[in-house]
Design a protein around this ligand. Structure first.
Ligand SMILES: NC(=O)N[C@@H](CC(=O)O)C(=O)O
Ligand SMILES: [Zn+2]
Ligand SMILES: [Zn+2]
Length: 343
């Protein structure tokens, strides 16, 4: 049987949520990921060091005893975040980045930032601390088409920020366009991007042709296939500017199968397996380890994981639903097969 052994991977963009679902989300991510950057968009959001420390404890309490999984916490920037908030977060030793959601851009972003200038003191503190800024890079203007919101963000918000903070480390999260790939490729070494498995595997036809399929609805929204192709090329190129971030974002099935469904796709049940399919299709399995296990820790100035995992080429069937606290959720590839599995 074909196998592939790689250094243990990490997930640089993950939503675990909170409360009684942690037993399910944390169990999934703890199976073979070494670390994950934990998104702070809870209700209410994780806006400071104290809240991050408490959330960190609740996550750790759900890590199975046989797992070495380590959650890397983030704080959620608001118009009120101060430089002191950043320094206090850094001082905890468990907070690794700050996340900027433009207000209204995505799930639980209503307390997000209304104008980038409002967080300039916080960005200065991040730059001084060498702590990455993580961006949900989409504008929210009503007159900007949802398929153009990432590109407009690059041109109107990110470019000036990069000019004003030339040494700030920035991760453009879950990129979805050829424009974002080009932006990152042309930027300095302190600008990188995460790419999700679902944006590599799918385009907007998967979501909209033959009936509207809410489980493919996530933000930034799936784009046309030419953008998907640019993402695949970037991820499998060997460039160290792109790394694994699943943006696995669970919602209970009734919150997605609804007249006003939530944005987010769940992939933690099969993260590295889904990426392996993409890299295999591109004849680039030799590039998977750098993307999944090297580029992220190198960018964050953290050690690479010291142990390995082994993937086997052996098909398995994804359950139609997975438990999600007292509810259930529908994972990506529901009821279909996946070609790889982790031993
Ligand atoms: N990606 C999504 O569609 N949803 C995320 C939020 C985010 O990452 O933007 C979520 O928290 O549900
Ligand atoms: Zn986002
Ligand atoms: Zn996310």
């Amino acid at each position: 049987m074909e196998t592939l052994t790689i250094t243990r991977p990490d997930d640089w963009h993950l939503h675990l949520r909170d409360g009684d679902v942690l037993k399910h989300t944390v169990a999934d991510i703890s199976r073979y990921m070494g670390r994950a950057i934990i998104m702070p968009n809870l209700v209410p959001p994780v806006t400071n060091a104290e809240i991050a420390k408490e959330y960190h404890q609740r996550i750790l309490a759900n890590v199975p005893a046989n797992s070495s999984f380590s959650p890397l916490m983030t704080i959620y920037l608001t118009d009120q975040t101060t430089a002191e908030d950043i320094r206090a977060a850094k001082a905890t030793g468990i907070v690794y980045a700050a996340k900027l959601y433009p207000a209204g851009a995505t799930t639980n972003s209503s307390s997000g930032v209304t104008s980038i200038k409002n967080v300039y003191p916080a960005l200065q503190a991040l730059q001084d601390a060498g702590m990455p800024l993580l961006l949900h890079g989409e504008v929210t203007d009503a007159d900007i088409d949802i398929f153009d919101r990432e590109k407009v963000y690059l041109d109107t918000v990110l470019k000036p920020v990069v000019a004003d903070f030339p040494n700030l480390k920035i991760v453009l999260e879950h990129i979805t366009t050829a424009d974002a790939v080009e932006f990152v490729n042309n930027a300095s070494d302190n600008i990188a991007a995460t790419i999700t498995a679902h944006h590599l595997l799918f385009n907007r036809n998967h979501m909209l042709v033959g009936g509207i399929k809410p489980h493919y609805y996530c933000l930034p929204i799936l784009k046309r296939n030419t953008h998907q192709a640019a993402l695949v090329k970037a991820a499998t190129s060997g460039s160290n500017k792109f790394f694994l971030g699943t943006d696995s974002a669970p919602h209970a099935d009734d919150k997605k199968e609804s007249a006003c469904g939530c944005a987010g796709a769940y992939t933690s049940h099969a993260a590295i397996e889904l990426y392996a399919e993409v890299f295999e299709q591109e004849n680039a399995l030799d590039k998977l380890e750098a993307f999944a296990s090297f580029n992220g820790p190198d960018f964050y100035n953290l050690p690479r994981n010291a142990d390995t995992i082994t993937l086997e080429k052996s098909e398995w069937l994804v359950p139609t639903t997975l438990p999600f606290g007292d509810a259930k959720m529908v994972p990506i590839r529901t009821g279909e097969t996946i070609a790889w599995q982790v031993k």
